[in-house]
Design a protein around this ligand. Sequence first.
Ligand code: CMP
Length: 146
Amino acid sequence: SKERTFIAVKPDGVQRNLVGEIISRFERRGYKLVGLKLLVPPVELAKEHYADLSSKPFFAGLVDYMTNGRAPVVGMVWEGPSVIKQGRIMLGATDPKNSGTGTIRGDFCLSIGRNIVHGSDSAESAEKEISLWFGGKGEVVNWTSN
Ligand code: CMP
């Protein structure tokens, strides 16, 4: 399957040295890494990424947290069967107080405002987020090993 999703390790996940753990879980599951970058996202990128939440009281704080540069974000594109839905299951519920043990959030965090990872919630979001974060030519790599 060519299904793809956007997964990000947020600044709190990078600061806590969880990048390798999170990549490992997707690799061991069998998904294919087809995009990877480390960056402090521009404010406009974070605002566009979270545009659906622009009316929420936590929006300004969320954008500041993602963009203030105290730690970067690791953006990834993962490919494979049902990776959008399965990726969300691997991440666990958005609010860590509802995330099951064995999920990334359920194993590593407690606060919704510091929930260490993001994953696209639908095919539409995945398409939007991949083009937003990996819009440049060649930034998503089609590869197969023989
Ligand atoms: P994410 O999966 O990136 O999708 C939207 C993000 O908004 C979510 O994870 C949280 O980091 C953040 N968020 C959602 N609800 C709240 C809240 N009540 N307070 C602070 N941040 C929130």
